[in-house]
Every structure is written in structure tokens, then in C-alpha cells.
Design a protein around this ligand. Structure first.
Ligand code: AP5
Length: 214
């Protein structure tokens, strides 16, 4: 089964993907994570992407499509959740073509719906572990010890693109390029919407029901 999980920045895509991986055995492709890995490795691609990401803009389609293609080729038989990809219609069409080549078409595109007024709070309060990538929130899901990851003891940091001035740019990019994908997937009969507000476990329960009915 292949699922796209999409929605605005801070909707909870990463949080819910982690639970689907842990409890339902999905594999995960997050283009945001792949780009951050490239930045950490200080590759040319990573350095070019960093400039764009720090401004809240989208990385060019051909770059992210290339990353997804590589990752899919490494596990062609697996069930995937696509998190943060696709973000443009060109990416959505490329994903359809890649999955068609594998003979494993996309089953559903699940839109995680959250009121935009809540997104800035979620993003400015997010802290991520530099070492293992675990995600926390200073109010909603704080670590036991401030600044320290509960999972591996690594240092918790704020993502450079989680500053308020960059968040507004990310939301603008989302409205212009990614929100229109709702129409794209609706026209394929694959769009499902899940309410993304409430406790993390409540959202997961709604999401699991949608996944189970696939
Ligand atoms: P990416 O890393 O994909 O960021 P994003 O889509 O903006 O999504 P986020 O990771 O910010 O949010 P999320 O929905 O995963 O929320 P999370 O679960 O962490 O992309 C970053 C950048 O990379 C882009 O801006 C772009 O430049 C580039 N990029 C990536 N993919 C690209 C592509 N395909 N094309 C072009 N460019 C691309 O939750 C957020 C916070 O809320 C956390 O603190 C969490 O603990 C908390 N939270 C989660 N759920 C709840 C809840 N139910 N209640 C309360 N708090 C909650």
C-alpha cells in the first residue's frame, strides 16, 4: 500500500508518520528529512537546498524527484508513506509515473487538516533532536529534561526554518503550490481528509481508520 500524507507545515505529518511506521510497519519517505540529511553531510545538493529551505521556499522539483526515485529504487516492494512529497503538481505527476513503473499505484492521498492559526504555535514550539531526529513540542509534548532528547539523550534544537519570519514564507509556498493538490487528488478519487486537531493519539486513531479502510 502506498499513501501520501500531506497538509500545511506543522500539520503533524512527521508525528503521525512516525506512529504509522512504528505501529503499522510502513516505510517512510520524507523529502524534508532527506534534504536535512544532505545538509548534514554538507553535500553540494545539501548546501544549495539549505539556502532555499532557510528562506521558506520550495527546493526545485527535479532535485526532490531525484531523491524520491533513488529511495524508492532501494525498496521497490515496500509500502510507503510519502511525507512532504509531493508538494507541487509536477511532483504529483512524477510520483504517479514512478509508482506506475513499479506496478504499485498510490492508494490514497490523505490531507491532514489543521486550522492555520494553530500552525505557527506548533512550529515555533517544535524542538528536534540533532542526533536521532525525534520531535517534541515545548508545551504539547515536552521532553522530560529541557533541551535533552528522551529517546537518545541528544541535544534538542529549533529548526532554522521554524522562526516566525520563515514560517510565513513556508505557509505562502504551501498555499500557492501544495494546497492545489487537493483538487489534483480529488479528481483521481484518491483524496481523503483527516482532522489533524486534538491530541496526537486522537489524530492517529482517525488516521488509522482511514488507512484500514484502504
Ligand atoms: P518539511 O520538513 O517537509 O517540513 P513541512 O512540510 O513544512 O512540515 P513540518 O516538518 O514543518 O511539519 P509536520 O507536518 O511534519 O509537523 P510535525 O509532525 O513535525 O520541509 C522543510 C523544507 O524542505 C520545505 O520548506 C522546503 O524548503 C523543503 N522541501 C521538503 N520537501 C520538499 C518538496 N517535496 N519539494 C520542494 N521542497 C521541499 O509537528 C509540528 C509540531 O507540532 C511538533 O512540535 C509536534 O510535536 C507538534 N504536534 C504534532 N501533532 C500535534 C497535535 N496533534 N497537537 C499538538 N501538537 C502537535
Amino acid at each position: 500500500m502506498n499513501l501520501v500524507l500531506f497538509g500545511p507545515p506543522g500539520a503533524g505529518k512527521g508525528t503521525q508518520s512516525s506512529l504509522l511506521i512504528e505501529r503499522k510497519g510502513f516505510n517512510h519517505i520524507s523529502t524534508g528529512d532527506l534534504l536535512r540529511e544532505a545538509i548534514k553531510a554538507q553535500s553540494d545538493l545539501g548546501m544549495a537546498a539549505k539556502k532555499i529551505m532557510d528562506q521558506g521556499q520550495l527546493v526545485p522539483d527535479d532535485v526532490v524527484i531525484g531523491l524520491v526515485k533513488e529511495k524508492l529504487a532501494s525498496k521497490p516492494e515496500a509500502s510507503f508513506i510519502f511525507d512532504g512529497f509531493p508538494r507541487t503538481e509536477a511532483q504529483a505527476k512524477a510520483l504517479d509515473a514512478l509508482l506506475e513503473d513499479l506496478g504499485r499505484p498510490l492508494n490514497k492521498a490523505i490531507f491532514l487538516e489543521v486550522d492555520h492559526k494553530k500552525l505557527t504555535d506548533r512550529l515555533t514550539g517544535r524542538r528536534v533532536c540533532q542526533k536521532c531526529g525525534a520531535t517534541f513540542h515545548i508545551h504539547a509534548s515536552p521532553p522530560q529534561k529541557e533541551g535533552v532528547c528522551d529517546v537518545c539523550g541528544g541535544e534538542l534544537i529549533q529548526r532554522p526554518d521554524d522562526k516566525e519570519e520563515v514560517i510565513s514564507k513556508r505557509l505562502e509556498a504551501y498555499m500557492n503550490s501544495t494546497a492545489p493538490l487537493k483538487d489534483f487528488y480529488a479528481s483521481q478519487g484518491k483524496l481523503k481528509t483527516v482532522e489533524g486537531e486534538g491530541e496526537v493519539e486522537e489524530v492517529f486513531s482517525r488516521l488509522s481508520q482511514e488507512v484500514a479502510s484502504t
